[in-house]
Ligand binder design. Structure first.
Ligand code: HEC
Ligand code: HEC
Ligand code: HEC
Ligand code: HEC
Ligand code: HEC
Ligand code: HEC
Ligand code: HEC
Length: 312
């Protein structure tokens, strides 16, 4: 008994601190930080039921209780919230992105309550239009670029998916995805082209001023490249490149492209094709050689065996 008491005294204030800080967070986490594993929703998405309380507390939203975003729930867990609890603008967005959310469109729309400008920019971007207007689920919304809403850290921290060191990979999640690239006709070569460029090479070695995707395309209000509002549309390019290359001219800005090599650049195009043919013929030669060798070995063995049998 004497040993147990001090432990209780140490734990009690901790417990009380958690309950007084936020009753809902405590009840939700009581189950969700202990539960492990994934469940499959009716729509077929896999969701992780575990929320790591410590990581959550250290995130930019760690001070909020769960119902700040999960407005459909009430403090009696999983009971639907009172009608009228959801702000109008959040409810309107939620109804338009229901097909994109895995489980709780209201939570995914709730970001708009505090980050209204960011939400507007994204909604009007090529990514947002894909979800809001085209009713697809391929375009990027907040959590596609920022990761789990429970663990977002400031952009200058190493764990942030939009940190300069991680952002190229984050965009690559979709832009290197064969199915998505094919569906929207932008090819999976874009990251390769970037890494091969002057800029990508400087980025890899950690040049602090090397541009990533978002220095040229922006982060939230990304447009199709030939949309006049895009920073990489022809008329805006001298200004965009000019942020780092003082006095960039119309001619200078043609230097960067990640279009696939085509008939516009006949020399590199045919050079690349010739290289592929050369590579394939080398492989064909080696492969043919191995096969012939194998055949002759088998033939030798069979003949030898035949001879031995004959001998007996
Ligand atoms: C008594 C334990 C318990 C508590 C407390 C609890 N949950 Fe859950 N929660 C679960 C279980 C079990 C599941 C998975 C299966 C299911 O949906 O019933 C789940 C699933 C979820 C899901 C996935 C979607 C869904 O509806 O299935 C969300 C979101 C969620 N909980 C949020 C919350 C929030 C927010 C709170 C606090 C208001 C909370 N939970 C409190 C046990 C709990
Ligand atoms: C900043 C807003 C926000 C806060 C705060 C928040 N959530 Fe979530 N949560 C979301 C969003 C957005 C989703 C994904 C919804 C979707 O795609 O359908 C989600 C999904 C979930 C899921 C489903 C599994 C998953 O990861 O997709 C669970 C369980 C969950 N939240 C529990 C909690 C608990 C418990 C808390 C409090 C500790 C909490 N959430 C706080 C926004 C939030
Ligand atoms: C109740 C208000 C509220 C809601 C709802 C909310 N946030 Fe936040 N968010 C904040 C506050 C406050 C900060 C911290 C701002 C700061 O430190 O400058 C923040 C910070 C962020 C940051 C980090 C910015 C940085 O420093 O790099 C991102 C990203 C972010 N929120 C995304 C989201 C997303 C995505 C959602 C919806 C799933 C969401 N937020 C919902 C209030 C909110
Ligand atoms: C296509 C990827 C992408 C999407 C989608 C996206 N973000 Fe961001 N977000 C970024 C990047 C990249 C940055 C960092 C920009 C920078 O370095 O200046 C950022 C920064 C932020 C910041 C910090 C603002 C600042 O300048 O400090 C907030 C808040 C934020 N995003 C919220 C959101 C919300 C809310 C959504 C959904 C409506 C969202 N983001 C969707 C990529 C994205
Ligand atoms: C130095 C500026 C710059 C950087 C860095 C950059 N882009 Fe681009 N991007 C452009 C320009 C200019 C275009 C216009 C089309 C062209 O000439 O390739 C473009 C076009 C695109 C297109 C449309 C291409 C098509 O064929 O339809 C996509 C998608 C794209 N960029 C994604 C990315 C991604 C993802 C990254 C990061 C890996 C990135 N960009 C980095 C300047 C840049
Ligand atoms: C969740 C997947 C996803 C993520 C993450 C994503 N994108 Fe996209 N992106 C798309 C899809 C899908 C389209 C095509 C949408 C359409 O045409 O309806 C697109 C279109 C684009 C376009 C316009 C292409 C054109 O034809 O001109 C650019 C530029 C672009 N994305 C840049 C980025 C950048 C930069 C990032 C990272 C900050 C990023 N994307 C992150 C899915 C994604
Ligand atoms: C965020 C800053 C930034 C932006 C935006 C940017 N660049 Fe660069 N660029 C660099 C850096 C850094 C280098 C490497 C310079 C060095 O090491 O001397 C570089 C190198 C180059 C080079 C190699 C030759 C040289 O002049 O050093 C070319 C060509 C180039 N950039 C073209 C472009 C074009 C075209 C655009 C617009 C589509 C653009 N850049 C946008 C930062 C930028």
């Amino acid at each position: 008994m004497r040993r147990v008491l001090p432990i209780v005294f140490i734990l009690l204030p901790l417990l009380c601190f958690t309950c007084s800080a936020s009753a809902e967070t405590f009840t939700c986490l009581a189950c969700h930080s202990a539960m492990k594993g994934k469940i499959r929703t009716e729509a077929g998405a896999l969701i992780n039921v575990n929320v790591d309380g410590e990581r959550y507390a250290g995130s930019v939203h760690g001070g909020f209780d769960c119902l700040t975003c999960h407005k459909q729930f009430s403090s009696n867990p999983h009971e639907p919230a009172k009608a009228g609890n959801i702000p109008k603008n959040v409810a309107a967005i939620a109804s338009k992105i229901a097909h994109k959310a895995k489980i709780d469109p209201v939570a995914l729309a709730a970001c708009a309550e505090c980050h209204e400008d960011a939400y507007k920019s994204v909604q009007e971007s090529i990514h947002g239009k894909n979800v809001f207007d085209k009713k697809q689920s391929d375009g990027a919304l907040c959590t596609d670029c920022h990761g789990s809403p429970h663990y977002i850290t400031p952009k200058n921290t190493a764990t942030s998916l939009v940190n300069k060191k991680n952002i190229v990979k984050t965009c690559g999640e979709c832009h290197e995805n064969e199915a998505i690239a094919k569906k929207y006709d932008f090819g999976t070569h874009i990251l390769d082209r970037y890494y091969e460029s002057f800029h990508g090479k400087k980025y890899i070695i950690g040049h602090p001023n090397a541009p990533t995707c978002v220095n040229c395309h922006n982060a939230h209000d990304i447009k199709k490249w030939d949309d006049p509002k895009s920073p990489v549309a022809w008329d805006n390019r001298t200004q965009t490149c000019g942020k780092c290359h003082k006095g960039a001219t119309k001619k200078f800005v043609t230097a960067i492209t990640h279009k696939p090599l085509g008939k516009d650049d006949p020399i590199p195009y045919w050079f690349e094709k010739a290289l592929i043919v050369l590579l394939l013929s080398v492989f064909a030669f080696i492969f043919g050689h191995v096969i012939l060798e194998a055949i002759s070995e088998i033939r030798d063995k069979v003949l030898k065996k035949g001879k031995e049998e004959h001998h007996e």
